[in-house]
Design a binder for this molecule. Structure first.
Ligand code: SF4
Ligand SMILES: [Zn+2]
Length: 377
């Protein structure tokens, strides 16, 4: 980290970020693949069912833009973040305006939507990542049209000055921060997050002062952590961060290509979380969370797939569906009667993880036949 510090940080050295070599993401092949896309089109645009701030069901448009990407990623980067696939350091302000127009075209001008999530693979209101005139346009336009807005940010970039600038243009919008873990050791050594829990707490109080809403992401099972630890720790973190947040979204690890977690996954040193662990976490924390003002969401992205949270394959679809239903109903009965032979395997793994001294865990890492295990890298 030391060698790259200051390149973007203080503006003293105006070294072009391109010169950094971050293998394997910056190999000529990766760069040419990454630069093959059209900078005037957003990466992804889709609509999903959502809930408004007051709890009313609605439709939300999600717009994932192609941007210069996260300053932190260019310097160092989180161990699980594969956003660099959608970034490029030559995206211009004109491109971003064009991407926004294209997003509106694809959604029929946000038809039927009451909420827009604007994801920029980094911090929305960081001027080195996104041009301020574009930020301003998005904030104002969504506000004038009465659309609820969610943007993302890193904690240490939530300066009171910038937050009040944001709040003047879109009062009451939601800022989602990827906290991942409420534990400084985990942030530093498992996530390489680039900020501390103290910085996060400060950003939460600054967000409140600016009248903005706080959404917190937690990461279930960061790399270099056993299943048992992930389960126990995430339950604790959830109980601690929920009272400070308006909304908490627990994201079970899904492995994105060419990240650190991808490397250890391919080396059979990491298995994405079990769906049973998510069910167990929900059951353990339900009573404390359900009556609080904080809304919690567990959405297993790529659930049931080998790179997402999964069980034994046979029961995956059923368990994912129950977790999704719970996110809406808040009713533990969704999990009644769910069972499978693999639950015993999971239970044994958890109890071994918590009783034997092996920090990376005891579980079988891959869901493959023995022959494929030998073959697969
Ligand atoms: S701060 Fe966010 S965008 Fe930046 S590297 Fe970490 S996860 Fe990725
Ligand atoms: Zn099963």
């Amino acid at each position: 980290m030391g060698g790259a510090s200051g390149i973007l940080g203080d503006g003293k050295k105006a070294v072009k970020v391109h010169h950094l070599v971050k293998a394997p993401e910056n190999t000529p092949q990766s760069i040419s693949r990454r630069e093959s896309w059209d900078a005037t089109k957003p990466a992804t645009v889709y609509k999903t069912p959502e809930m408004l701030q007051d709890g009313t069901p609605c439709t939300a448009a999600t717009v994932i833009l192609r941007t210069k990407g996260c300053v932190w990623w260019w310097k160092s980067g989180c161990t699980f973040c594969g956003y660099f696939n959608d970034v490029r350091d030559d995206v211009s302000a004109d491109d971003l305006f064009a991407q926004w127009e294209e997003a509106k075209r694809q959604t029929d001008d946000f038809k039927g939507c009451k909420m827009v999530k604007v994801y920029t693979s980094g911090t929305f209101f960081e001027d080195r990542e996104n041009p301020p005139e574009w930020q301003e346009m998005v904030l104002k336009e969504t506000h004038e049209r009465g659309l609820e807005l969610i943007v993302e940010a890193q904690a240490h970039l939530c300066s009171p000055e910038k937050l009040s600038w944001v709040a003047e243009r879109h009062p009451g919008c939601t800022v989602a921060i990827g906290l991942e873990a409420y534990d400084d050791t985990v942030l530093r050594f498992h996530c390489n997050k680039g900020f501390s829990t103290k910085t996060w707490r400060k950003s939460v109080s600054d967000l409140r002062d600016a009248g903005l809403r706080v959404k917190t992401y937690l990461l279930f099972k960061p790399p270099f952590m056993s299943e048992g630890d992930a389960l126990n720790l995430t339950c604790e973190w959830l109980k601690e961060v929920a009272p400070l947040s308006d909304e908490v979204s627990i994201n079970p690890m899904n492995i994105q290509k060419n990240t650190v977690v991808d490397r250890i996954f391919r080396n059979r040193e990491y298995r994405p979380p079990w769906l049973w662990s998510l069910v167990e976490m929900i059951e353990r924390t339900h009573d404390e969370i359900v009556n609080s003002d904080c809304r919690t969401i567990v959405h297993p992205t790529a659930g049931g797939r080998i790179r997402g949270a999964h069980n034994c394959k046979k029961c995956d679809a059923e368990v994912v569906a129950a977790i999704e239903r719970y996110s809406v109903s808040r009713d533990l009965r969704e999990f009644k009667g769910l069972d499978c032979d693999c639950k015993k395997v999971w239970r044994t793994e958890i109890s071994n993880d918590l009783s034997l001294p092996s920090p990376l865990g005891q579980g079988r890492d891959r869901r493959l036949s023995r022959v494929d295990m030998v073959r697969a890298p």
